[in-house]
Design a protein around this ligand. Sequence first.
Ligand code: SF4
Length: 366
Amino acid sequence: MKKWLAGLFGFLVVALAVAQILAREKTSAGGGSHEALFWEKAEGGKVKCLLCPRLCVLPEGQFGVCRARKNVGGVLKSMVYGQVVSANVDPIEKKPFYHVLPGTKAFSIATTGCNLRCLFCQNWQISQVFPHDLSSTPMTPDAVVGAAVKSGSRSIAFTYNEPVIFYEYMLDVAQLARKQGLKTVVVSSGYINPEPLRKLLKHIDAFKVDFKGYDEEFYLQVVGGTLDPVLESMKVIRQEGVWLEVVNLMVPGKNDSEKQIRELVRWVRRNLGDETPLQFSRFYPIYKLQNLPPTPEETLLKARQMARQEGLKYVYTGNIADREGATTYAPKSGEAVIERQGYFVTANRLNKGVTPGGERIPGIWE
Ligand code: SF4
């Protein structure tokens, strides 16, 4: 059997086991009700949340924009702590991380809620609802880490919905995970304030930011947020020395002009460095943008070419069949060192991050 087919079969077996655990423990209880971090009291029994740039001020009984945090009796509570609505064992390439433990499994969890409103959200069924709208599986941090170890995963991924909004849960799981020798990886839009981000990063090995576009108007109109906090977050991640990869989903006619791509690429190179992996990912019509076509393949190929011409060393394409765009090349020799097919690694010629020709490729390799 081909190596990647065997890998796929392995993932299916483990996924089935995880689905069985979740099905057994599913409850209709919504809400973890765990006191939140990063908030302060405001006038008249209100509370002010300091976790993300929205800085919601909430009267008694009200949820924040994220639908995950709520004023309960003058105290800000996370209503999603430990309430898992999705748990899967995924290839880490699916996150996508291309420079983190290639070919390994990532135990991936999500709750409900999000602090953004992307019109192209791929997980809107869980991100745009309240905790009481969906049944969930209560999982303590211990249970998550135990399940991750049992599944043979090398990492825990906080993903699918926006992990920033289950901050306290993520923090507790991440601390335990590291004690068990697991890596911790976050897949996020980066819409978080610097202080909580710095605290979180002490327990995180790798961060993937969905950089929606270097375009304030796009953030306002299509994402439902603002650009500057995301730029700041990426700089903070870099400053704190946590491994960072960036993905840009290219939405036709919205964020895929030559100007927008060039500005994004130049910002990444200038502020994050030319060794930052950047992936251009294909959009498919979904949620509130079903009227748009999928991203033309030429757009993705052109964006990758432009980013390479601008000096980025590790540029990928995603969600399309593009052998070159799925391969990691050593920048000096040009040798292909990691090859992928879909979410599976078909060849890995690195030895502890070093190519056969002696070049060191940045990332987390063991
Ligand atoms: S995390 Fe939620 S409650 Fe807090 S400021 Fe952001 S959207 Fe508002």
